[in-house]
Write a protein that binds this ligand. Sequence first.
Ligand SMILES: Cc1cc2nc3c(=O)[nH]c(=O)nc-3n(C[C@H](O)[C@H](O)[C@H](O)COP(=O)(O)OP(=O)(O)OC[C@H]3O[C@@H](n4cnc5c(N)ncnc54)[C@H](O)[C@@H]3O)c2cc1C
Length: 525
Amino acid sequence: MTRPRWHRRSDVVVIGTGAAGLAAALAAHRRGSSVTVLSKAGRQERATATHYAQGGIAVVLPDSSDSVDVHVADTVAAGGGLCDPDVVRSIVADGCGAVAELVNGGARFDEAAPGRWALTREGGHSRRRIIHAGGDATGAEVQRALNQAAATLDIRGRHFATAVLRDGGAVAGVLVCNEDGPGIVHAPSVIVATGGLGHLYSATTNPAGSTGDGVALALSAGVPVSDIEFIQFHPTMLFDGHVGGRRPLITEAIRGEGATLVDSQGNSVTAGVHPMGDLAPRDVVAAAVDARLRESGKACVYLDARGIAGFGRRFPTVTATCRAAGIDPTRQPIPVVPGAHYSCGGIVTDVYGGTELPGLFAAGEVARTGMHGANRLASNSLLEGLVVGGRAGKAAAEHARQAGRATIGRPELAPRPALDRGDLQRAMSRYASVAREAAGLHQLADVLATATLRTVTDVAAFEDTALTLTARAVAAAALDRAETRGCHRRFDFPDTDPAQAVSTTVHLGADGEVVTTQPVVTCIS
Ligand SMILES: Cc1cc2nc3c(=O)[nH]c(=O)nc-3n(C[C@H](O)[C@H](O)[C@H](O)COP(=O)(O)OP(=O)(O)OC[C@H]3O[C@@H](n4cnc5c(N)ncnc54)[C@H](O)[C@@H]3O)c2cc1C
């Protein structure tokens, strides 16, 4: 990449236009900051994971039999001993306010009766507490409402961030690439809201842009990531013969309404595995499906939803997806496999999105607040993105007000290691999937070590460098964790080791190698 050709200045830069990014941008804008929002996708593209969310948003409504205490307890129980209960409480307690803000911005959720939202259940939840929209099109409604609320903001499509720039010990801006070439947005506050990393794997529920960019941006700026080995595989990604790229999700809310997971013989996949059966937390169900596929040698298991009355009305997105694949879910069990779905870890932040680098904030799937621990509870992600996104926007505006004008030298993005994307995805799918072991993780590290230096000339080249660095972080953290915990399952260490109930942190060493350390301390101040 050549030297910057253009310059802009802003109080706050937000990288990402999903739930977290737009919640942050709106909050910073309301506090009087000038805000520039970047997205590597075009404005009309459905490029956020937010858009594809199906099940809903977990939220404790007032005047219900639910309570913040119970939601916290469910989240912590699912999190494999690594959630920070104070963090969970702080975020869950603000859920209702964040949803109210969305509704004020025009979002509409499904109602059971006029004025009373319909609530569904998903794995690991002991109560019906998930609000949804359009049946199973919650994310599309959330994204629509946020897009509408943010319509007057300065949103720049096809601008991809390639580096967070520092002025000594603080943030100074972002190196960005657009059709005019590289440029700099100078800003004292930067919020990373780049979403997930599902495209580390050959098949994923994530949109094409979920390539671990934010993790790579943070590591390269000297900011650590944590819990990055905990990659959640959703138990029910549609299996329709197409093996690669973004694959459709079959929402867990279908099991919440009574569908069951069975193998090709019609036997339950989760019987005897967990007291909550098919509604056990996701790590448990995905591992049960993976184990059944290994035992049976079959390509998929089945979600039998034939008993659900009014299926097409309640789950229109899934119905249309199945029909497009030639499956009638009201007459046939739906073929499914586990699919890479959600990054429980990410950039280490406090509950206001603050990182250890002054001026750098992160929110949404890219961040690791301590909310999800070793396994995220279903529908807690949009909740976290909205709550922490909003808080990060306020904190970034405040920081920008206090910070002095930053100076940046003449940054150039040096070539970085990148592996061929197909080779990387095959190696990650083979060696760092639902279950791992030391021998495979060493093989993965060997494959990743063959990456060669690549100059970032376009978004695909940058994504390849981001995927490579992120994969190296995942491989190192997964190898270090010699136990089974949450989404991280080890064939060679099948038990949970109480002595390892601490998070692993990854940062970049001076030689550019990833370095792991334990433990991470979560701060909520
Ligand atoms: C199919 C599916 C169903 C789901 N269902 C649910 C659900 O029901 N409930 C729930 O709580 N969660 C659900 N999740 C998870 C949830 O949707 C995501 O975790 C959440 O939406 C992430 O929001 P975000 O704002 O962090 O990132 P995203 O919504 O993914 O947005 C990321 C943004 O960052 C931009 N970006 C990335 N890299 C760069 C870069 N280098 N430069 C510029 N821009 C960049 C992207 O273009 C995009 O605008 C689901 C996820 C999927 C994939």
